[in-house]
Design a protein around this ligand. Structure first.
Ligand SMILES: Cc1cc2nc3c(=O)[nH]c(=O)nc-3n(C[C@H](O)[C@H](O)[C@H](O)COP(=O)(O)OP(=O)(O)OC[C@H]3O[C@@H](n4cnc5c(N)ncnc54)[C@H](O)[C@@H]3O)c2cc1C
Ligand code: SF4
Length: 453
């Protein structure tokens, strides 16, 4: 099936000449700062060297061995903050285009339908994976390479998680996300879609029927704004909006003025998506300042280039409607004040509203992009211990229940940066190794049921 592209992709593939020039610039640094800066520790110099000598299969193998999500990461990694940010050429402001070279090698695999890995000899063990997003797929891929049978349960009708449903198509197309998931299926992973664990299937039954479980269910939907008027027509949830746009479903008439509330990468994706769908004035509203935005600088620059408008230090107070549909939003100005002790450095200043500073902005559509809530009900149903909504894991990524491991956004703790596909891929890899050790070492499997707090 062809999915909408919503205009030009942000990154175009390199030309053959660019590939040659970029690949031959690599200095093969002995301390490999790029490799250390990549959360999956891809041997960057090795894969670039193989591209330079025309060994594309070898190059792809190096990338995919370390990172099962190499195709999507090549497109969505904030490389300026990771591998390219650490490149020694960065001081001249022209780091090697590592992400684009990675894409070149994996696109070759995709275009030529090349098989890189085969499943390991059967271990006779069977692992259940809850969630088929980047973390679950990465765990499933490596567990198959270890020879364990794997069944992925996902509540959606397609695999890929936010790669398929959440990240805008001009950054990552659904086709690439689905191809990447198919590589795991080709290795022999069983897939049960439209299956919500906790509702359609219990964790107790998974623990009975499988030797281990990996929880990779991500985060939840966008929380409510919790202001009057939210029930009006034209008030949308950013994830729902992006998903509809990405999969070619009707998003309704956005009108002339679109207001997006929030300043993370979900907000940037919703803003740029609305603009590309034809809304004339698309404005981001944020209760903190430019310096506190959690979106990366390159995302902010991209949004500016797309013609997005920005209003800082204001919070929505109520949504105003006409004939059951939003027509305007009342905002109140904010200022940052010192927070109490014991908070993260990035949250040391909290926004406080300034009484009497209300103002009204026109809006035909409001898109809420104030982050994602945690799947607290699911964790409670699964009987898994959490801390502030984050699944509690030990160093091996085992949760409070023996034999249940967790990876990806469900263990992402809010800090200075946004959750990333590459981190989810790495955690899936670590969880697979831990599950393999657990399945192969009877002493690790002694406990059962709930681990002590
Ligand atoms: C709008 C947006 C833009 C983003 N842009 C970028 C970007 O540019 N670069 C980047 O690196 N990262 C980006 N991210 C973050 C990135 O998408 C996530 O960090 C990553 O997808 C996390 O992977 P995951 O597998 O943990 O979770 P998810 O991708 O959320 O996958 C979880 C899966 O679990 C399934 N599931 C949930 N509950 C259950 C259940 N009870 N039973 C069965 N299945 C269940 C879901 O259907 C889903 O398929 C973005 C995120 C968003 C929301
Ligand atoms: S996975 Fe991402 S961070 Fe790692 S080398 Fe590739 S583009 Fe860079």
């Amino acid at each position: 099936m062809d999915y909408p592209t919503l205009g030009e992709p942000i990154h175009k593939p390199l030309t053959e000449l660019e590939v040659k020039l970029e690949a031959n610039r690599c200095l093969n640094c002995y301390d490999a700062p790029c490799m250390n800066a990549c959360p999956t520790h891809i041997d960057v110099a090795s894969f670039i060297g193989k591209i330079a000598t025309g060994n594309l299969k070898g190059s792809a193998r190096v990338i995919l061995d370390a990172n099962a999500m190499g195709a999507s990461c090549a497109r969505v990694c904030p490389t300026e903050e990771l591998c390219e940010g650490a490149c020694v050429y960065k001081k001249d402001d022209s780091p090697i285009r590592i992400g684009d070279l990675q894409r070149y090698a994996i696109d070759w695999v995709m275009d030529n339908d090349v098989e890189i890995f085969t499943p390991g000899p059967s271990s006779g063990k069977h692992v259940a994976i809850i969630g088929g997003g980047p973390a679950g797929l990465s765990a499933a891929r490596d567990l198959r390479r270890f020879g364990h049978a794997v069944t992925i349960f996902d509540s959606n009708d397609q695999l890929g998680g936010l790669n398929t449903y959440g990240i805008v198509p001009f950054r990552l197309s659904a086709e690439v996300a689905i191809w990447e998931a198919q590589q795991v299926v080709k290795l022999g992973a069983n897939v049960v879609t439209n299956a919500h664990v906790g509702r359609d299937i219990t964790l107790a039954s998974l623990l009975k029927d499988f030797d281990a479980v990996v929880l990779a269910c991500g985060m939840g939907r966008v929380p409510k704004l919790a202001i009057p008027g939210e029930e009006l027509g034209g008030v949308l949830d950013a994830l729902d909006f992006i998903e509809r746009a990405k999969l070619g479903k009707d998003v309704g008439n956005l009108g002339k003025h679109v207001a997006v509330i929030g300043a993370g990468n979900t907000a940037i994706d919703a803003l740029t998506c609305a603009k590309r769908l034809g809304a004339e004035h698309v404005t981001m509203y944020y209760r903190r300042g430019e310096a506190e935005m959690t979106a990366y600088e390159f995302e902010y620059d991209f949004a500016k280039m797309e013609g997005i408008e920005f209003r800082f230090f204001c919070a929505p107070k109520r949504i105003i409607g006409e004939n059951g549909r939003v027509s305007a939003v009342e905002f109140i100005r904010t200022e940052l004040v010192a927070a109490g002790e014991g908070v993260l450095e990035s949250l040391m200043h909290v926004p406080k509203t300034i009484q009497g500073s209300e103002f009204i902005e026109p809006a035909d559509t409001i898109i809420s992009a104030i982050g994602q809530s945690r799947l607290l009900d699911t964790f409670a149903e699964l009987g898994i211990r959490t801390r502030e909504g984050v699944v509690d894991v030990d160093e091996s990524l085992q949760t409070s229940r023996h034999g249940v491991f967790a990876a990806g956004d469900c263990i992402f703790e809010k800090g200075t940066r946004e959750a990333m596909v590459v981190e989810a891929a790495e955690q899936g890899k670590v969880a697979a190794r831990s599950v393999d050790a657990y399945l192969n070492d009877p002493s690790l499997r002694h406990g059962s049921g709930q681990a002590p707090a």
